[in-house]
Write a protein that binds this ligand. Structure first.
Ligand code: 13P
Length: 250
């Protein structure tokens, strides 16, 4: 499976900054092979980044989408609108959406099939808070989030789905999960997928890790069995750092 490394710019990257950053990634990525790269700028910068990445192998990703195609949903963007802009991927259920904007499992469960129906490949984020980890609930939380979002999908579309394990306590804190912690949870994710479908289909989804991934820790994390890429926040705002992280898979 080709690893996928996604730069989630979050609410960074207005037009000028987005343009400089995307050009830096496109130019620097010419010597990166064996890894698929994707950039997830804010909605407003998607067309700019799309134009810059058009003739490159770098994919475009959105950070969120609604589940309806159109309608009275002030402030929302539909999967079809994102597909029209050239997005291949869409991040869904990010913990910032869940915890700051109170997105529920039920909402995420509507977004996943809607995104696939529009021709987007969801990157479904799951992960526990610090309290949940300390209460030994990591497996239960991750399993609940996965099952809720994926149980309605038929086997034919599973290949379009990537998962991202992002422990909330590791996001933006500088404290990444250890390789052992990542391996344990990723093995658990694979088990849940096998329960939902079967072993063969469980094997086709990429499982990314996100949470304080940096050039300094990317090497040891990239070596984790059952890890198929990274979802990078802060460190993706520097083209050099982002590309160093991508090269960890060589
Ligand atoms: P940081 O890499 O800044 O910890 O963010 C991770 C993340 O939330 C990516 O989606």
């Amino acid at each position: 499976m080709t690893p996928l490394v996604v730069g989630n710019w979050k609410m960074h990257g207005a037009l000028a900054e987005a343009s400089t950053l995307a050009r830096g990634v496109v130019n620097g990525a010419r010597d990166v092979s064996g890894v698929e790269l994707a950039l997830a700028p804010p909605f407003t910068s998607l067309p700019t980044v799309a134009a810059i990445t058009r003739d490159s192998a770098i994919a475009l990703a959105a950070q969120n989408a609604h589940w309806e195609t159109r309608g009275a949903f002030t402030g929302e963007v539909s999967p079809e609108m994102l597909r029209e802009l050239g997005c291949r991927y869409v991040i869904l259920g990010h913990s910032e959406r869940r915890h700051i904007f109170t997105e529920t499992d039920e909402m995420v469960a509507k977004k996943v099939p809607a995104a696939i129906a529009a021709g987007l490949q969801p990157i479904l984020c799951v992960g526990e808070t610090l309290d949940e980890r300390q209460a030994d609930k990591t497996d239960a939380v991750v399993s609940r989030q996965l099952t809720s979002a994926l149980k309605g999908l038929n086997k034919g579309v599973i290949k379009f789905v990537s998962l991202a394990y992002e422990p909330v306590w590791a996001i933006g804190t500088g404290h990444n999960a250890t390789p052992q912690q990542v391996e344990e949870v990723h093995r658990g994710v694979r088990r849940v997928l096998a329960q939902l479908w079967d072993k063969e289909h469980a094997g086709v989804c990429r499982i990314l890790y996100g949470g304080s991934v940096k050039p300094e820790n990317a090497g040891e994390l990239a070596a984790v069995p059952e890890l198929d890429g990274f979802l990078v926040g802060g460190a993706s705002l520097q083209a050099d750092g982002f590309l160093k992280i991508a090269r960890a898979f060589r």
